[in-house]
Design a protein around this ligand. Structure first.
Ligand SMILES: O=P(O)(O)OC[C@H]1O[C@H](OP(=O)(O)OP(=O)(O)O)[C@H](O)[C@@H]1O
Ligand SMILES: Nc1nc2[nH]cnc2c(=O)[nH]1
Length: 186
């Protein structure tokens, strides 16, 4: 796969390389597969835009029939700090009443995005809601009760980009997770 050398000068450090992402996603796929019955009715909900690469790779490691859906939620805009205002830009399409929902996130940081999404989706009476995130920054959590059921990697409090995660819409197509040089956003 590609090495994405194009942004090399912007990245301070690669913290999770492509191989490590691939290996961890395989493990997450197995964990998720083992936690549902073979005939479970599952909707995988990708939170756009950051989670698209994770969703695409993870779904292929889950050995169960799943339905894909997408919700576009935004709270960061062109900033490295959450605005605190979570906007639903596009709602999901599927009716989730009585069905198992897996929310797929790229990162849980303050937890505000997920809290907003879960509170909203809970009112639609799904049979269960589970959350899978590739990255977790527990030190930054504002919403203390928000956590993932399946978590790829715990990371320190640094602004990361790549593998779906952006800064001002850039860097999403990096195949690794890296820390952005501070001079680019400070
Ligand atoms: O836990 P929080 O502090 O709420 O942060 C996590 C959220 O921030 C990012 O979304 P963003 O609003 O940047 O949108 P994007 O996925 O389209 O980049 C990320 O994809 C998560 O959804
Ligand atoms: N790109 C990016 N988006 C985020 N949203 C919340 N935390 C982060 C982060 O560290 N990087």
């Amino acid at each position: 796969m590609g090495e994405n050398t194009i942004f090399a000068d912007d990245i301070k450090e690669v913290i999770i390389d492509e191989k490590a992402i691939e290996k961890r996603i395989e493990e997450l796929g197995k964990e998720i597969t083992a936690s549902y019955d073979d005939d479970a009715d599952i909707v995988m909900l990708c939170i756009l835009r950051g989670a698209i690469l994770f969703m695409a790779d993870l779904a292929r490691e889950i050995d169960l029939p799943v339905v894909f859906d997408f919700m576009d939620v935004s709270s960061y805009g062109a900033s490295t700090e959450s605005s605190g205002v979570v906007r639903i830009v596009k709602d999901m399409e599927e009716n989730i009443e009585g069905r198992h929902l897996i929310i797929v996130e790229d990162i849980i940081d303050t937890g505000r995005t997920l809290k907003h999404v879960i509170d909203m989706l809970q009112t639609r009476d799904p049979k269960s809601i589970k959350v899978v995130t590739l990255l977790d920054k527990p030190d930054r959590r504002v919403q203390k009760k928000i956590d993932a059921d399946f978590n790829g990697f715990e990371i320190p409090d640094e602004f990361v980009v790549g593998y779906g995660l952006d800064f001002a819409e850039k860097y999403r197509n990096l195949s690794f997770i890296g820390v952005l040089k501070e001079k680019l956003y400070k």
